[in-house]
Design a protein around this ligand. Structure first.
Ligand SMILES: [Zn+2]
Length: 67
């Protein structure tokens, strides 16, 4: 009965994306973890800053194509 539970557990963990690489955000200096390997040459950002930047990028492209 216990073995069944033990078998299911690793599968469940495997589906989760593990954020194990520690980074320090270039923008706000916050420590965060990412699920990719930082290159070291390019600036890395925490999830919040990254999302904000992506939003701004999209907005910029929109206004560019509109005008
Ligand atoms: Zn940040």
């Amino acid at each position: 009965m216990g073995s069944m539970y033990m078998k299911r557990l690793p599968r469940k963990n495997f589906r989760l994306r593990k954020k194990k690489h520690k980074i320090i955000c270039e923008r706000c200096g916050k420590e965060d973890f990412v699920d990719f390997v930082p290159k070291g040459t390019a600036p890395v950002f925490c999830e919040g800053c990254y999302r904000n930047m992506r939003k701004q990028e999209k907005r910029l492209k929109r206004t560019e194509s509109n005008s």
